[in-house]
Write a protein that binds this ligand. Structure first.
Ligand code: HEC
Ligand code: HEC
Ligand code: HEC
Ligand code: HEC
Ligand code: HEC
Ligand code: HEC
Ligand code: HEC
Length: 494
């Protein structure tokens, strides 16, 4: 009841904002516009102000050329900056004949409006092609298999500048949930050699998000909604945290399948944890082997990050590199780390930019294949995995031999058949990375045994209780049963 009332109030306010701003732009002069303007929220006022001054607040300079003025007005970017005489509002809004929320010309979902141009006709940026690529599968929520941010169904969306997700179970992704249609540029995201998080690119400017404050390990002590107008996002991940953190309500877990859990990304990427992929801050592995892992080559190598750098969520989650070339992504199939990496739709589950086998165990018949872990090899060398002499880029060694190689290439036929990583004691093939690095974002605690992104999958069972893995001065020690093999405090190290 409360939510319904709020929603109605928000819809009415949103409508009023648009009417007022359109009037300010001189696009239409609806009766009562002045009154409507009086109730405009700061976000709406910002659009109206931009219109008057012709300078969108927070807009990034248009460094790269937009599609030059082509024969028809359709090919000119309608995303601002606007002037007082802009007649572009009507391309997307109608005061009287609107068909969806925010007085939009088209019926919901918003993608219908956006795809009138972003289908290769009105813009060189062909987003529709990514969604219609035949290699992209339909999401299957019953098995928690997601290949795309769904933009095909009408949703309960009102305005992204309003706080629609705070504490609420309201999973949806309209285009404007991630982009502000009134501003934008083709300026790329920027990283920093000193390890600050990646900035949002011009394609995400003006979008709303969520900032986090930590006062120690675990969940953030506070979330702050950033409306994208007066409070812009300053890091790319803040967009993702709007929908993938404890700020909102995440999908429920299926206890029988921990591999499909939707975790709180703000807790996972807390830099106070023992081990994590470095998105918010540089990581905790400063070893020479780690340096070599990131510097070395692989058949899939694209990016040379260092132990001091941060990475973007979109370096791992974006429309697949291997998808048939759209004009926008990937232009050359070799994006740089700062490139336009759209988290739209992929041929790989998890909206992953490259292939990663992590839920279905290998059978005794399956050989090691680099393509199964191509995602990892975008940044890490595969040398520890292809030969037992590949020890330079790993600390997981014994007697001068790579135990990474042993496990991923050389343990076929040992153990009990079974292909579900969620099933205790299953597995008789070569190991997957995910059997030992189950939570790839982070181990999310400060416990010593949660270093090195070591977290064992449910198919690995304990022998003598926790900890199943401990770091030692020169290596580590495991106490567990994996693929039928009893490791009673088996140690490794150079
Ligand atoms: C490319 C299409 C497009 C153009 C052109 C456009 N808008 Fe919008 N506008 C949208 C969409 C889509 C939304 C809904 C945003 C959302 O869902 O969060 C919106 C929302 C709004 C809102 C609601 C407030 C907010 O925070 O977003 C206002 C006000 C507004 N538009 C004013 C204008 C004015 C004034 C112009 C012309 C100067 C204009 N728009 C041009 C697509 C457009
Ligand atoms: C009238 C045609 C048209 C419509 C409708 C349209 N766009 Fe665009 N869009 C363009 C053009 C033109 C560009 C400039 C880039 C290019 O084509 O090279 C652009 C650029 C963009 C960019 C890149 C950043 C920038 O501003 O340059 C984003 C993101 C974007 N559009 C999102 C959207 C979304 C979301 C919608 C729907 C709410 C939408 N567009 C609707 C034509 C359109
Ligand atoms: C080093 C690569 C990498 C980075 C960086 C990364 N992810 Fe992931 N992420 C993965 C992999 C691999 C999976 C597992 C995919 C699957 O099995 O469906 C995953 C799963 C997910 C899932 C679904 C499961 C879950 O845990 O909720 C979400 C949501 C997600 N990532 C969001 C993010 C966000 C947000 C960021 C940035 C803050 C991020 N990821 C950074 C690799 C990465
Ligand atoms: C879940 C968030 C999300 C949703 C939903 C989303 N986008 Fe994007 N989009 C992104 C990200 C992230 C980028 C890459 C930004 C970068 O790396 O510069 C991007 C890039 C783009 C670009 C640049 C060209 C390209 O394809 O890379 C356009 C245009 C665009 N999006 C339009 C749209 C339209 C239209 C929709 C709705 C059909 C949409 N987006 C839905 C996150 C999203
Ligand atoms: C407006 C909300 C919204 C935003 C913003 C958003 N997502 Fe999502 N994302 C979703 C929804 C909804 C799903 C479908 C699963 C669900 O309901 O949790 C999803 C699914 C995913 C999945 C697949 C999950 C799986 O189990 O395989 C990944 C990965 C992901 N998002 C990453 C990202 C990243 C990275 C960003 C930031 C660039 C981002 N998302 C921004 C709403 C959002
Ligand atoms: C049998 C368990 C196991 C499997 C399978 C496994 N790893 Fe590891 N990995 C470890 C252990 C243990 C360490 C920690 C070594 C140390 O620093 O003590 C580690 C460390 C790493 C490191 C840090 C650098 C290093 O090697 O010291 C990377 C990168 C890595 N693993 C990637 C992978 C990838 C990619 C895969 C799959 C192709 C994989 N691992 C499969 C156990 C495993
Ligand atoms: C976008 C680049 C990128 C991708 C893709 C990537 N990693 Fe990493 N990974 C890094 C960086 C950078 C570090 C170094 C963090 C540090 O210094 O602690 C790292 C560290 C690690 C570590 C060691 C963490 C620790 O605390 O010791 C492991 C294990 C690891 N990665 C495994 C993987 C696996 C498995 C995959 C594939 C699913 C993968 N990585 C994909 C960039 C990447």
């Amino acid at each position: 009841m409360t939510r319904h009332t709020t929603r109605t109030a928000r819809t009415a306010a949103g409508r009023a904002l648009v009417v007022a701003a359109l009037a300010a732009a001189g696009a239409v002069a609806p009766v009562g516009a002045r009154m409507a303007y009086a109730v405009a929220s700061p976000a709406g006022t910002a659009v109206a102000t931009q219109v008057r001054s012709g300078t969108p607040a927070g807009a990034v300079a248009q460094a790269a050329p937009r599609v030059a003025v082509l024969a028809t007005a359709r090919n000119v970017s309608p995303h601002g900056p606007y002037t007082t005489t802009s007649d572009q509002c009507a391309g997307c809004h109608r005061a009287h004949t609107a068909k969806s929320s925010a007085l939009l010309v088209d019926t919901a979902p918003q993608s219908k409006l956006c795809f009138t141009c972003h289908d290769g006709t009105g813009s060189s940026l062909n987003v529709a092609a990514q969604y219609t690529d035949p290699s992209v599968k339909t999401n299957d929520p019953t098995t928690s298999s997601y290949y795309q941010h769904d933009i095909s169904k009408p949703t309960a969306h009102i305005l992204a500048s309003g706080d629609e997700f705070g504490g609420v179970f309201n999973r949806h992704t309209e285009c404007s949930d991630c982009h502000d249609p009134h501003q934008g540029s083709l300026v790329n995201a920027a990283g920093s050699p000193t390890g600050t998080p990646w900035t949002p690119s011009g394609r995400l400017s003006g979008t709303s998000g969520v900032a986090v404050t930590y006062s120690g390990p675990g969940a953030p002590s506070a979330y702050t909604f950033l409306d994208g107008g007066t409070q812009p996002i300053t890091a790319e991940y803040q967009l993702c945290f709007k929908c993938h953190s404890g700020f909102t309500q995440l999908l429920p877990h299926d206890p029988a399948h921990p591999s499909t859990d939707m975790l709180d990304a703000a807790t996972e990427f807390n830099p106070a944890s023992t081990s994590f992929h470095p998105v918010l801050a540089p990581g905790t592995n400063q070893t020479a082997a780690m340096t070599a892992s990131l510097a070395g080559d692989s058949p899939y190598k694209l990016w040379n990050f260092t132990v001091g750098s941060t990475v973007r969520c979109t370096n791992c989650h974006a429309s697949a590199i291997t998808m048939a070339g759209t004009t926008s992504h990937p232009a050359t199939n070799t994006p740089t780390a700062d490139s336009d990496l759209p988290t739209h739709a992929s041929s790989f589950r998890g909206v992953l930019i490259q292939n990663y086998q992590d839920r279905v165990l290998k059978t005794a018949a399956d050989p090691y294949t680099a393509s199964d872990f191509a995602l990892c090899y975008l940044c890490h060398t595969d040398s520890p995995f292809t030969a037992d002499s590949g020890v330079a880029a790993t600390n997981f060694t014994k007697g001068g031999k790579s135990l990474h190689y042993l496990h991923v290439s050389n343990i076929r036929g040992i153990g009990t058949p079974g292909t579900s990583i969620d099933q205790a004691a299953a597995g008789d093939g070569n190991a997957l990375c995910a059997e030992c690095h189950f939570r790839i974002h982070s181990t999310a605690t400060t416990a010593a045994q949660d270093a090195r992104l070591i977290s064992f999958a449910p198919n690995v069972t304990a022998v003598s209780g926790s900890p199943v893995w401990t770091a030692t001065a020169t290596g580590g020690s495991c106490a567990l049963v994996c693929h039928g093999t009893d490791h009673q405090s088996v140690t490794y190290g150079p």
